[in-house]
Design a protein around this ligand. Structure first.
Ligand SMILES: *[C@@H]1O[C@H](CO)[C@@H](O)[C@H](O)[C@H]1NC(C)=O
Ligand SMILES: *[C@@H]1O[C@H](CO)[C@@H](O)[C@H](O)[C@H]1NC(C)=O
Ligand SMILES: *[C@@H]1O[C@H](CO)[C@@H](O)[C@H](O)[C@H]1NC(C)=O
Ligand SMILES: *[C@@H]1O[C@H](CO)[C@@H](O)[C@H](O)[C@H]1NC(C)=O
Ligand SMILES: *[C@@H]1O[C@H](CO)[C@@H](O)[C@H](O)[C@H]1NC(C)=O
Length: 589
């Protein structure tokens, strides 16, 4: 009985003595740090010191997670490695932090514009290394912070974007390789030319991905929402334009975005219990997300086969290549437009707006005036509202080719675009529309009759049978058990706050217990998402298809009263992380 107690006491004493010798989060003027010494943030989250990445022999000064030292989040001397372990960090005479090599040459410096009399450097629990005056009135003002100089990782609280007053741009740049943190080929930045959009750019081969322009609520190709670990916020002000993930209290920590050296933007999450990082999503993660997969004047739809289609009124530039699924040539007009009478527009809904290459922006005019502006200019090919809030306002005009349009199935994404067509194309569409409407009317009567018959036959079977015909691909058929609302209400304690485990654009996710004892996750689609029965079914099919990707088992659904609910198996441990994030519409890009 006593031996273990003594042992535990000794252990604790050892720990605290050992801990005291290293666990300091500040470096004061007059002090310096040698290779081998580290600073640790007060909550033991981040550590700052010297390291060698991968198989490299070089020494770098940087920051990593205390629990996973191989996860480096910031590097000071990216371009200028130390070749031995005799480097040290110290303060220069004007208060800058300076990394110095053996022959006393400065290899990196914080290079502030202000001079500090009595500087102190502190490593905060957010992963921010800050420089400030150690005492006095201004001791809470950061004269320099590592958050203003990101490497390849965006941490919660760190801004991606611009300080327009100082001209400071905060962007992510990939490492060259696992062994080399010097700036690599890929950057992730906020482009603020026209309307802001997040872009992933390769220095060698231009754009890889873009989020679509900011439309007042979200980027037209990416929603801004919450996960269990972060809430994403976009700030669009006169002096600052930036994107930030605010951390949320709870079980999860996020490394948010890493600009991977292989060209992927990755969102990582760890549960505080497991200390293992999971990639929640990567961008671009499908061919339609990759920049301009289908070439000019085309539209990409991930659920179609083939995924690329010319816009209405356009035909493949090279039909032979198009047939071979080589899309880079894009599409060209079937009939040219020349500002003649009768030209008009076709409405495309839920699309990522084309890239802002040649465009005109006026935030003051209405959609009607916008259309008139586009008609006036012969080279105008499309228009859209620049802001979708309060019914829409402002005007974006595109000239020339329309690049990188993607259509979404989910309601959370995309916005309405109007593309210009000559009279002949519009007449053609109008006529085929009429025919289609007659066919639809006839089919609806037939379907209604069949449906009544089916109800008579199968009324005792509690299943929601969902059937949809894809345009060209095979028919999908999903057969899901139907839960009644009372069961779900009981399982989640009446959708109690205590059962809430996450929330996204689609609505909240609750943990629940069925009367059988089975643990479930209940995704309650938000009522104000405006999702109709058809969209709900489409999404259900989509998720059922995702099961192939071993995401989460979909147990059933509920469509009672106004409610649209999906019920999943609740999985413990590692898959829990996947589950929460996998289900929720991606918070951003
Ligand atoms: C220190 O850095 C300077 C300038 O970068 C370089 O010329 C010198 O060789 C370095 N000394 C050592 C010992 O690495
Ligand atoms: C330090 O900053 C100044 C401008 O503030 C710049 O001109 C200079 O090149 C910088 N020096 C280094 C070493 O980055
Ligand atoms: C880049 O992605 C690859 C594959 O997902 C991974 O092995 C590697 O660790 C990533 N690199 C960084 C710096 O995150
Ligand atoms: C404009 O195009 C239409 C058909 O596309 C054609 O009938 C008409 O002659 C053209 N007008 C001019 C001025 O080129
Ligand atoms: C839009 O309106 C504001 C105020 O009503 C005005 O200051 C601004 O110049 C206008 N911008 C354009 C492009 O007309």
């Amino acid at each position: 009985m006593e031996a273990p107690t003594v042992f535990i006491c000794l252990f604790i004493v050892c720990l605290s003595v050992f801990g005291l010798s290293i666990a300091t989060d500040t470096l004061s003027s007059g002090q310096s740090m040698k290779d081998g010494e580290t600073l640790v943030s007060s909550g033991q989250i981040f550590e700052l010191g010297f390291f060698s990445p991968g198989n490299s022999q070089n020494r770098y000064f940087g920051m990593w997670y205390k629990i996973t030292p191989e996860t480096v989040v910031w590097v000071a001397n990216r371009d200028n490695p130390l070749t031995d372990s005799h480097g040290f960090l110290t303060f220069s005479h004007d208060g800058d932090l300076a990394l110095v090599n053996q022959s006393k040459s400065v290899v990196w410096s914080s290079n502030m514009s202000r001079v500090l009399k009595n500087p102190v450097a502190q490593l905060l629990d957010t992963g921010n290394l800050v420089l400030r005056e150690s005492t006095g009135l201004n001791s809470d003002v950061y004269t320099w912070q590592s958050f203003d100089h990101p490497s390849d990782t965006l941490l919660p609280g760190m801004k991606l974007g611009w300080d327009l007053k100082t001209g400071l741009e905060r962007r992510l740049t990939s490492w060259k390789s696992m062994d080399d943190p010097s700036p690599g080929d890929y950057t992730c930045r906020l482009n603020i030319h026209g309307l802001p959009q997040v872009e992933l750019v390769s220095l060698r081969s231009s754009k890889k991905y873009r989020s679509g322009p900011w439309n007042g609520i979200q980027f037209s190709g990416a929603s801004v929402g919450s996960t269990a670990a972060t809430t994403s916020v976009f700030f669009y002000g006169e002096n600052e334009i930036f994107f930030v993930y605010e951390p949320r209290k709870g079980e999860f920590i996020a490394r948010v975005l890493t600009m991977n050296h292989s060209g992927l933007l990755q969102y990582y999450v760890a549960s505080q219990r497991s200390n293992a990082w999971n990639i929640m999503y990567s961008v671009p993660n499908d061919p339609c997300e990759a920049y301009s997969t289908c070439g000019a004047n085309s539209i990409c739809r991930i659920s179609r086969a083939p995924i690329c289609d010319c816009l209405k009124g356009y035909v493949p530039k090279s039909p032979e290549e198009w047939d071979l699924l080589i899309w880079s040539g894009g599409c060209t007009r079937r009939t040219p437009v020349n500002c003649s009478k009768g030209e008009g527009f076709l409405k495309l809904e839920k699309v990522k707006l084309p890239d802002l290459l040649e465009f005109w922006l006026n935030k003051n005019i209405s959609l009607k005036e916008c259309e008139a502006e586009c008609l006036k200019k012969c080279s105008c090919t499309a228009y859209a509202n620049s802001d979708v809030r309060e019914g829409g306002s402002g005007c974006l005009l595109w000239f020339g080719s329309l690049i990188d349009i993607k259509e979404y199935e989910e309601n959370d994404y995309g916005q309405t675009l109007y593309i210009r067509l000559p009279k002949s194309e519009l007449d053609f569409l109008h006529n085929s529309d009429k025919k289609r409407r007659m066919v639809i009317a006839a089919s609806i009567s037939a379907i209604a009759a069949l449906f009544l018959l089916a109800i008579v036959y199968f009324h005792q079977i509690w299943h929601c049978r969902i059937k949809r015909k894809g345009s060209k691909i095979k028919e999908e058929d999903v057969n899901l058990p139907l839960f009644d609302l009372a069961t779900i209400f009981k399982a989640t304690n009446g959708f109690s706050e205590n059962n809430l485990i996450g929330a996204g654009g689609f609505g909240p996710v609750y943990k629940g217990n069925l009367f059988t004892g089975q643990e479930v996750a209940v995704k309650r689609l938000s009522r104000n998402s405006g999702q109709g029965l058809e969209e709900f079914m489409n999404e259900t099919i989509l998720i059922a298809k995702l099961q192939h990707r071993n995401l989460v088992g979909l147990l059933g659904c509920c469509m009672e009263r106004e409610e649209r609910i999906l019920v999943y198996e609740y999985m413990q441990n590692k898959s829990l992380d996947y589950f929460i994030f996998g289900l929720i519409s991606r918070p951003f890009i």
